[in-house]
Design a protein around this ligand. Structure first.
Ligand SMILES: [Zn+2]
Length: 324
């Protein structure tokens, strides 16, 4: 359910730029996964264009936002095809970006935060990077067979004295309750100099503007703060990082954002979670057919995704920032 709230004068301070009068903008339900009942209030900051929830209003419910099966698991049969596809897009998207930053630094120690079932970790290790993963979900961390995934939090690693030269956060920061404090805290995990890669949906993208409250990138209520490119750069700068590089095109996410916004009932990840909840099965012929239709939509949406990236309005932005 979507409700416009332009006439209601409800304000909160923006967690990104501290603008004091960010206004209630939408009241949205869990449109994609249907994991939680009810609607959630989203505020939009006029100053930095970020869209966020008030953490105090949702704090107790956050664990319930993540349904069983939210994390993709490798397997046989149909999952073999999925695995090949996922590895291809991660290799061409996230890994290629990271490798372009790390050339000539073979000894760099990397940590992928919120690594899920660790596809990126496996591919980065295979490409010669000394990469580890951190995952709070036991279900996802248990998928790992490499021994390179830590199950726990950043605080556990800091207490153990672990240090990394590069941290990657692919679609993690928007899930954090306190993104500024979180980014400041990550400095304790970084060597000096150190680097950080953040990939997140962009509220100033063409697709975000086109779809409004129906934009997949909002993923209400799991995304607590949705950033604009400006807002994300501002927050990183405030937390002590220097912006070095910005990329607007994401092979994995941008066309998918368009396809899933247009046809949420075909979105593979949420459909899998819904099937699991309904029947207890992870696969079905119906789901496979939906995935094949979705694959065609994903390919058809690529030119629009390329256009918005060329205009500097990519659906997902990837930022490399460093600390001295
Ligand atoms: Zn703001």
């Amino acid at each position: 359910m979507t409700t416009g709230l332009r006439d209601e004068k409800v304000f909160r301070e923006c967690p990104v730029c501290d603008y004091p009068r960010a206004q209630a903008h939408w009241r949205l339900g869990d449109r994609f996964f249907g994991a939680v009942p009810g609607n959630f209030l989203l505020y939009r900051c006029e100053a930095c264009a970020c869209v966020f929830q008030d953490v105090a209003e949702i704090e107790q419910r956050i664990p319930s936002f993540y349904p069983p099966g939210y994390w993709w698991k490798p397997g046989a049969g149909i999952s073999g095809l999925e695995r090949a596809y996922r590895e291809w897009v991660v290799r061409r998207d996230q890994l290629s970006f990271v490798l372009s930053l790390t050339q000539g630094q073979e000894k760099l120690r990397c940590l992928d935060i919120g690594c899920g079932e660790a596809t990126f970790v496996r591919l980065a290790v295979a490409a010669g990077l000394d990469t580890y993963g951190l995952e709070q979900s036991k279900e996802a961390a248990d998928c790992d067979r490499s021994g390179r995934v830590f199950h726990g939090s950043e605080r556990d690693l800091i207490e153990n004295g672990e240090k990394f030269g590069l941290l990657t956060l692919f679609h993690s920061l928007e899930h954090m309750a306190e993104p500024f404090d979180y980014l400041r805290g990550l400095q304790k995990l970084l060597t000096r100099p150190g680097g950080l890669v953040v990939q997140a949906p962009n509220t100033e993208s063409l697709q975000a503007r086109l779809f409004g409250s129906r934009w997949y990138g909002l993923d209400c209520p799991r995304h607590i703060t949705n950033f604009s490119l400006y807002g994300l750069c501002y927050l990183l700068g405030k937390a002590g990082y220097r912006i070095r590089r910005v990329r607007h095109f994401s092979l994995r996410d941008n066309a998918a954002g368009i396809a899933s916004s247009l046809f949420p009932m075909l979105d593979p990840m949420s459909q899998k979670v819904r099937l699991l909840r309904r029947t207890g099965a992870a696969h079905s012929v119906g789901l496979l057919l939906k995935e094949l239709v979705y694959l065609n939509l994903f390919l058809l949406a690529q030119p629009l995704a390329a256009l918005e990236a060329a205009l500097g309005r990519g659906g997902t932005v990837t930022i490399y920032a460093t600390i001295d």
